[in-house]
Ligand binder design. Structure first.
Ligand SMILES: [Zn+2]
Length: 236
């Protein structure tokens, strides 16, 4: 996610006591041009932490997702809510990030790097071939050699038995346990320094991405791929 700086916000709307960005001028994650985004007003609220919004790029007409962070400061004067755009291209060092991730097997980093390279050189067939290799590599990482004679579909069906998707949530339940210092910090019974505050924001960002943005992203990309492929079937 990339934070939208106040200079890029063209106009605001009022949401309770908060000023929330309405029109934004920023680099579009989809077309890389500087586009104007009018955020849709029908935000849906994510608990107390944030709002989701969608804006269509004036340049390529494609939608991007925005996250508006709400702060609990109703006693303050009009406050401006921080806003972020979901921009996978924002993390330029994404690949480096992958490479530094100890959990990621080397062959996955390699196949992903190749997929990225061929997609950037717009070799579509090679992108398809390399993408399949990335998917196989992901599956192999969790399921080992037993995957050899199975189709991708069969392997994905079994994947949830081999990967514990609830682990990060369980870890979080430990972190916020009433006896832990973290919980005392949330209740302001313990001081919080700048570094910890930044880590806290990073944690929120990760959690929101994990629970809300990523599942929706994967689903909506799947829908788009299926629609696209069905269109082609009809045409022929
Ligand atoms: Zn665009």
């Amino acid at each position: 996610m990339r934070k939208i700086l106040p200079g890029s916000i063209l106009s605001y709307t009022q949401y309770g006591y908060l000023k929330v960005a309405k029109n934004i001028k920023t680099k579009c994650p989809k077309c890389s041009k500087t586009g104007e985004f009018a955020l849709k007003a029908n935000f849906y609220q994510v608990r107390k932490t944030g709002l989701f919004g969608e804006g269509i790029c004036s340049e390529c007409k494609k939608p991007s997702e925005f996250v508006i962070m709400l702060k609990d400061q109703p006693n303050q004067q009009v406050k401006e809510a921080d806003i972020y755009i979901y921009d996978p291209t924002a993390s330029e060092g994404r690949l480096e990030h992958f490479e530094q991730n100890k959990n990621m097997p080397i062959d996955l980093v390699r196949s992903y790097t190749s997929a990225l390279n061929v997609s950037q050189s717009q070799d579509n067939s090679a992108t398809a071939v390399m993408s399949k290799r990335v998917l196989e590599s992901v599956l192999k990482n969790f399921m080992g050699e037993r995957t050899k004679d199975q189709s991708l579909a069969q392997q994905f069906e079994q994947l949830p038995e081999h990967v514990d998707l609830t682990k990060p949530i369980h870890a979080l339940s430990q972190l916020v346990h009433p006896d832990r210092p973290f919980n005392a910090m949330l209740d302001l019974e313990r001081e919080i320094d700048d570094e910890t505050a930044a880590l806290l924001m990073e944690l929120l960002e990760g959690l929101i991405e994990y629970l809300f943005i990523l599942p929706e992203k994967i689903e909506s990309v799947q829908d788009q791929i299926e629609k696209k492929l069905n269109e082609r079937v009809k045409r022929f």
